[in-house]
Design a protein around this ligand. Sequence first.
Ligand code: NI
Length: 259
Amino acid sequence: MENMIFDTHAHYDDEAFDEDRDELLSSFPDNNIGWVIDAASTVKSHEDILKLTEQYSFIYGTVGVHPDDVGELDEEAFAGLEKLCQLPKIAAVGEVGLDYHWNVEEKSKQIYWFERFIDLAKSKELPLIIHSRDASADTVDVLKRNNAGKTGAVMHCYSYSKETAKILLDEGFHFGIGGVATFKNARKLIETIEYIPMSSILLETDCPYLAPVPYRGKRNCSLYIPYVVEKISQLKNISEEEVIRITTENALRLFNKVR
Ligand code: NI
């Protein structure tokens, strides 16, 4: 089991998989994909994700709302999500965070709900899956102020500098590495991967987005993770088997409801 791949961030509830979802997911055990965390994004996504976790033993879900969608939230919706945390297959709170790239929602509103979800993760003793884009200063500030490292956390699709990575490493954070690592223009991320220890690296797809080379621009899925593994093995000068073994151990340690 330990040498199966753990995809720590996917969106198989996305309509991009409507045509062949069951066929694709059923093929995972025979293709060395051992576990998948399907990350919630909208309030409605939870319903679809729960169905997937019931249908497939290797799929786990999360509770959370993406910063672009926090406009959907109110106290009643949040209370509903809070109840889901106790389900055996809800393994994390996420994806939650800050996105100042599109600024779909006001910054103050994003920060408010980010802090509410951090509190929720801490009170339920669940790890956090964090989305942060063009918001490094505020993200680090919120995470430190709320002592978020205490409950365990991963920076999904990490895109900031090595210097920011150092601060987050000191707080005990993990880093989700996916298809972007194989892109030609990924110099900053490559530097970060070389810098952070293997014990803080997790594998992820963020599918249907961010497919690795040679599938860049196409629909992504967990079956393409070996291209990311190959890249990390070159950068860290260890075998691909070692990359899989260590990242899976890291994921099973962080997401401790996953069996
Ligand atoms: Ni995502």
